[in-house]
Ligand binder design. Structure first.
Ligand SMILES: *Cc1c(COP(=O)(O)O)cnc(C)c1O
Length: 377
């Protein structure tokens, strides 16, 4: 085996004949955009979640932007959100000249701590933006008690559900999903907003298409808009991926269980695994992120794993400590201690539906070797 084929990648999409056939069909139809696959994908996705509506958009980030606009967030507002997320969730707030106000996370679920969120709310707070990080449901029911608009970043949480049995994204708040190649389903690039409110859907569908009203002539635009459309090619891919979603989610859950078994067989002291489902929450598996022991150099561990053919990645850095956010808002270490501790120690290990138990065993064995200070074989 060559060194290259020997590397275990961080992520790998499942793509097959169904995807190829559906994309070819679109190419042969000549109808590549604003065609029938867009509403077909939206309908299938909404049905899957039990959401009333869905709007497909060009990325998760575009979806967050339009969802915040639909929720009424505007210049000078504050939006309470998690500092432990992919940077897009905070950036989207800045697109509307509003301020992301961070609240620390729960050390077990790694989602925004509802008590910290409550403390962060002021009279300028116009929305709450929970992130279902690593596919584990944020405590949205607790946030709903404030009566403020909620926009959910569900980009990592397809397949997750809340204690009341409602799918993450199916509560009626604008909830954003993403389809980059490492997500539960992929369209290459893409996103979708699940919605409960028909007026929100109308506004979002217009704003993703240059502000054009659905019943207007080609060049008549009654509001500011963007080009955040998703192509028919991408939606055809999305339909094929939805068809295999249950199998892919089951495979991700199988790989996660294999990791737990492998670590349990020979536990590493002070290594924290992703939390188990509890209190009726169900995770939609997205990544397998572990927190390394406190004494370990995380970045050195990543380099040592790479030398052994194992891809891994810091996952995720704290948003408030990124240089842009430090400079713009004067953030500093110590503001959100739980987030900072977790962010400093977290690494994503290889995790994808086709991963074999042998590969899981190799990852855990190499990680043990690195942590024990053994030289690479
Ligand atoms: C993937 C992701 C997004 C959006 O990503 P895009 O690349 O814009 O599709 C947003 N938030 C979180 C937490 C994500 O993981």
């Amino acid at each position: 085996m060559s060194v290259e084929t020997d590397v275990i990648p961080l992520a790998k999409p499942v793509l097959g004949r169904e995807e190829e056939d559906r994309v070819l069909e679109v190419l042969r139809s000549g109808h590549l955009s604003l065609g029938p696959r867009v509403p077909a994908f939206e309908q299938a996705f909404a049905e899957r979640l039990g959401a009333a509506h869905a709007s497909a958009v060009s990325s998760g980030t575009a979806g967050l932007h339009l969802a915040l606009r639909a929720a009424g967030v505007s210049e000078g507002d504050e939006v309470v959100t998690s500092p432990f997320s992919f940077v897009a969730s905070a950036n989207a707030i800045l697109y509307e000249r509003a301020t992301p106000v961070f609240a620390d996370i729960d050390p077990v679920t790694l989602n925004i701590d509802p008590a910290a969120a409550a403390t962060a709310i002021t009279e300028r707070t116009s929305a709450l933006l929970p992130v279902h990080i690593f596919g584990y449901p944020a405590d949205t029911p607790a946030l709903e008690r404030h009566g403020l608009p909620i926009v959910e970043d569900a980009c990592e949480a397809l397949g997750a559900s809340h204690p009341d049995g409602v799918a993450v994204g199916g509560r009626g708040h604008p909830a954003v999903f993403a389809f980059y190649a490492n997500k539960q389903i992929t369209t290459g690039e893409g996103g979708l907003i699940a919605l409960g409110d028909a007026a929100h859907k109308e506004r979002i569908d217009s704003e993703r298409n240059q502000g054009r009203a659905p019943d207007m002539g080609w060049l008549d635009h009654d509001r500011l808009g963007f080009n955040y459309r998703l192509s028919d090619i991408a939606c055809a891919l999305g339909l094929a991926q939805l068809g295999r979603l249950d199998q892919m989610l089951a495979d991700r859950a199988r790989v996660a269980a294999a990791y737990r078994t492998a670590f349990a067989a020979d536990p590493v002291e002070d290594l924290t695994l992703p939390c188990e489902d509890h209190d009726g929450n169900v995770r939609g598996w997205f990544v397998f992120v572990v927190q390394l022991p406190h004494a370990v150099d995380r970045d050195e561990t990543i380099r040592a794993l790479a030398a052994r053919g194992i891809q891994s990645k810091p996952y995720l850095p704290a948003i408030h400590l990124m240089s842009f956010y430090r400079e713009r808002f004067g953030h500093r270490e110590g503001q959100f201690p739980v987030c900072e501790d977790v962010a400093a120690r977290s690494i994503a290990l290889p995790f994808f539906p086709a991963m074999t138990e042998g590969q899981v065993a190799r990852v855990t064995q190499e990680l043990r070797g690195v942590l024990a200070g053994a030289p690479a074989a």
